[in-house]
Design a protein around this ligand. Structure first.
Ligand code: DI6
Ligand code: FE
Length: 415
């Protein structure tokens, strides 16, 4: 006996190799023990609906997708940078703002000063905004503590969000995000400090992966490689902020270390694309940062596509370059700005995003045995998820088999 049976559904299973979106129409989907127990054409159900599940619910033709996955966020941080946004619009340059103590280091100060309760309270509404659009899994990075204890503080808050809200949280240790003020002029010493932090961070159990920012304004490829070697020695997979503002060969470096993902990639050249393709590292596309920074160099989407590089799509939710709490908006921007197709965009926040978090065995598609993380939508076709701007058609969110709210009962035809 199943726990719950959805009937009259349309499924965008997002499994590869079949129909567009892995679609199954006139479908049913059953949940048991928090997992997907059965799915397929309703006509193929192994018996009368009433006899199969404790509870049944008609979705009246609504579309079901896997719960959405935001695989790159910095959503736990102190303060905000709205005043800096205002200054920039009054003509202040990024360098002037940085000299005046602004930029990423202002977020470091605010994050270090904040208590865990304060960080939790400020991050929760950002996460809830993502969840309101069907997000059921989110990655959260540290990177605004830049010393062991404040980095772990961010990650404890990330874990607590996952324990108190119906969402899966994967954590990433990003101490190599920026040079902290106390190490000014001593980048090599800070990298050595990060190398020393990594085994302790790993031992804390708060870390699922290690990330770094490889950029002229952050860490060099050689410094990044040191961080990656420390991560691998501690048994942790790596990811990389690569080729966002210039091509330092970040994508190839990530591939060389078998990274789960290389993220941003606006400046990645053909060798970088080939390296990602060879290893199967996911390219995480971040249109929110591109938009907010008014970047003009487009990521090489067509080259990724031709090379068969799997593309994920994420919010980058952070206070400096992407104050974004909408994954649906990222679907639209990926299509309008980067010419991804709506199907690629939806795969990028489901199947491929799961791969970027090493969760593809249990999440990211509608498949029997996978965790029952679902989003049910008031749409006529899946492309609508990428098409509308500022409109949320979510009807129902299911996390590990538990529905957040049922859609309104159908108007009774007999009344
Ligand atoms: N790339 C970015 O765009 C952000 N971090 C990163 O590695 C910027 C983060 C910030 O400005 O706070
Ligand atoms: Fe980022």
């Amino acid at each position: 006996m199943w726990d719950l049976l959805f009937t009259e559904a349309r499924l965008a299973t997002m499994t590869e190799g079949g129909s567009p979106y892995g679609a199954v129409e006139q479908a049913a989907l059953a949940l048991a023990g928090g997992r997907i127990a059965w799915l397929g054409p309703q006509a193929a159900l192994p018996g009368p609906a009433k006899s199969l599940a404790r509870e049944q619910h008609s979705l009246e033709g609504r579309w079901v997708t896997p719960g959405l996955i935001d695989c790159h966020t910095h959503l736990v941080h102190g303060g905000d940078r709205a005043a800096e946004f205002e200054l920039r619009l009054q003509g202040a340059s990024y360098a002037e703002i940085a000299r005046a103590g602004g930029g990423i280091l202002s977020t470091v100060r605010a994050t270090r000063a904040a208590s865990e309760a304060e960080l939790y309270a400020s991050a929760k509404p950002r996460l809830e905004a993502l969840m309101a659009e069907g997000v059921t899994t989110v990655e959260i990075k540290s990177g605004y503590g830049l010393a062991l204890e404040p980095e772990l503080k961010q990650l404890r808050v990330a874990r607590r969000l996952g324990e108190t809200l119906p969402v899966t949280v994967r954590t990433t240790f990003l101490a190599a995000h920026a040079l902290p003020p106390e190490y000014e002029g001593r980048a090599e010493d800070y990298v050595a400090a990060v190398e020393a932090m990594i085994p302790q961070a790993a031992a804390s159990g708060l870390v699922d992966a290690v990330d770094a920012f490889c950029e002229t304004i952050a860490f060099s490829p050689a410094q990044t490689a040191r961080v990656f070697r420390a991560a691998q020695a501690a048994g942790l997979p790596v990811k990389l902020h690569a080729d966002q503002l210039s091509d330092l060969g970040g994508a190839a470096l990530a591939a060389q270390f078998g990274a789960l993902s290389a993220d941003h990639l606006e400046f990645t050249g053909p060798e970088g694309v080939a390296a990602l393709a060879k290893v199967g590292t996911v390219a995480v596309i971040l249109p929110g940062a591109f938009y907010f920074l008014r970047e003009t160099k487009l990521p090489p989407i067509e080259t990724f596509r031709a090379a068969g590089v799997a593309m994920a799509l994420a919010s980058d939710c952070n206070p400096g370059s992407a104050p974004v709490s909408s994954l649906l908006l990222m679907l639209n921007m990926a299509c309008t700005l980067f010419r991804m197709t709506p199907e690629e965009a939806l795969a990028g926040v489901t199947r491929t995003a799961a791969k970027a978090l090493a969760l593809e065995a249990s999440h990211g598609t509608l498949d029997v045995g996978k965790v029952a993380d679902l989003a049910v939508w008031n749409i006529a076709r899946p492309a609508e998820l990428a098409y509308r701007i500022g409109f949320n058609p979510l009807a129902l969110r299911v996390k590990a088999g538990v529905a957040s709210a049922m859609p309104p009962a159908p108007p009774s035809s007999s009344a």
